[in-house]
Ligand binder design. Structure first.
Ligand code: UD1
Length: 437
């Protein structure tokens, strides 16, 4: 277990470069299995989740290494279609590998992903979509066995625009026979990035970013060099950091359009928002104003992955706000932790009623999940006194060297590793243990 000790009170001021997107990197890494030539990825973040995905790819026989800042994955050496149990359970996104392993080996065997901290997270839509493409799927003994020697393009109509299921079916369809059309597809920017990568590898995908995606199957793709998009959730987190500390933060190398829904909320809170082509600045002088109502929705709605961080901001706003979580059923664990810091909130089913207090105070709190943990960091930066956040390894699943980023912006934070073993250090460093040629 590792922890952060934060001293609140300093305004976050300065400029920070956005890291590469975790949620774009993970499906793109899964997609590397579709081609038998090396793929060079730029801007791939060094994170626990990425490190786990790379270890899974290695266990399937891929060769993975870093060359400077680039990550190289060569799936030409892959031989194995069985996903390792422990690593796959740790990383829910390993489910994306079903589509690409199946496409590559005509067979895939994966452990059933369990529930997680933010909700049940079933995979029925993934499996329905794969079945539509003519895959045979058997679920037994907690594992999923897929066979797909003859994947055939089809119309896949999703009942709900699941991000992961859309990505999984895109991957399975690239080398299937004929055309696949995904209807009611998720429109998230990470799906557009996956399409960009697949097309760079010679596949034929169009429509990503809209609810209808078409994939024309081709026999073989080829290697490519691709730059992963900036992380919109990390961008949003540091911008909320400016708002909650009454600071002035510019995030560079990012796509401002992908955080539109958040910027609208920050303007409503009274922040000054300025945007450039690839940079966005948020400055705040006063206590944030309350916001009547915010609800999370699939893109371009307000993202569920920024709900906890907005929750922290509204906890110090000048009145009562309502925040409704529509995407995941159990994503308010940060509410009880914020209460330890003096926040006033009540959860009624999927809605939080948040009455802002003048100032939070430091406390010992627990990061129950990735984004909820980030919300506690923001709260700690604005609170009076010291806040200790336990289990920051959960935050480090998605934020690259968050302690250093906070310090660079003038915040005060100390990171402490307790009981740190070699494996833990490896995971923290993401891909670093991989050989560098
Ligand atoms: C992805 C993101 C995650 C983000 C989420 C929503 C990655 C690695 N993760 O997760 O950070 O919070 O999108 O923007 O990109 N569902 C089903 N059946 C399914 C699949 C999903 O019922 O087969 C439900 C889920 O339980 C959830 C909702 O659909 O309630 C949204 O899930 P989904 O869009 O699939 O999210 P993920 O791809 O898991």
């Amino acid at each position: 277990m590792s922890n952060f000790t934060l001293r609140g009170g300093a305004r976050l001021i300065g400029s920070i470069a956005a890291q590469g997107s975790k949620n774009a990197a993970l499906p793109i890494l899964a997609a590397t299995l579709l081609v038998k030539e090396p793929v060079r990825l730029k801007n791939c973040p060094r994170l626990r989740d990425v490190g786990n995905m790379l270890h899974i790819l290695e266990s399937l026989g891929c060769t993975v290494f870093r060359e400077g800042d680039d990550l190289i994955v060569d799936s030409g050496t892959a031989t194995n279609c069985v996903l390792p149990t422990a690593l796959s359970r740790e990383l829910r996104s390993s489910i994306f590998l079903l589509g690409s392993v199946l496409s590559r080996f005509a067979e895939a065997d994966a452990p059933y992903p369990g529930g997680c901290e933010i909700g049940n997270r079933p995979i029925d839509l993934h499996l329905q979509g794969l079945r539509r493409l003519n895959a045979e799927i058997a679920e037994r003994g907690g594992r999923i066995h897929c066979r797909g020697a003859n994947l055939i393009g089809a119309i896949v109509d999703f009942e709900y625009p699941s991000v992961g299921a859309t990505e999984n079916i895109m991957l399975a369809a690239c080398r299937a026979k004929g055309e696949t059309v995904i209807r009611n597809a998720a429109c998230e920017p990470e799906i557009v990035d996956l399409q960009g990568f697949l097309n760079a590898c010679g596949f034929r995908v169009s429509g990503a970013g809209t609810p209808t995606i078409a994939i024309e199957g081709v026999e073989e793709g080829h290697g490519a060099t691709y730059r992963i998009m900036p992380d919109r959730i990390v961008t949003g987190t540091y911008l909320i950091g400016a708002a909650i500390t009454r600071g002035d933060v510019t995030v560079t190398g990012t796509y401002p359009d992908t955080v539109d829904a958040l910027l609208a909320k920050l303007s409503a809170c009274g922040c000054d928002v300025t945007r450039d082509k690839q940079a966005v600045r948020v400055a705040a002088k006063d206590r944030p104003r309350r916001i009547d109502f915010t609800e999370t929705r699939p893109y371009p709605g307000f993202p569920t992955d920024l709900q906890p961080q907005l929750f922290s901001l509204l906890s110090v706003a000048d009145g009562t706000s309502i925040l409704k979580e529509n995407v995941f059923e159990n994503r308010f664990k940060h509410a009880q932790e914020l209460k330890k810091m003096g926040a006033e909130n009540r959860i009624l089913d999927r809605a939080a009623i948040i009455t802002g207090v003048e100032r939070l105070h430091g406390a010992n709190v627990i990061a129950h999940d990735l984004r909820g943990g980030a919300a506690l960091v923001l709260a700690g930066l604005s609170a009076e006194g010291d806040t200790v956040i336990e289990h920051i390894e959960r935050i480090e699943r998605g934020y690259e060297q968050m302690d250093l980023a906070i310090k660079a912006l003038g915040g005060t934070v100390a990171r402490k590793d307790e009981r740190i073993g070699k494996e833990e250090q490896t995971l923290r460093a993401g891909a670093e243990r991989l050989p560098v040629r």
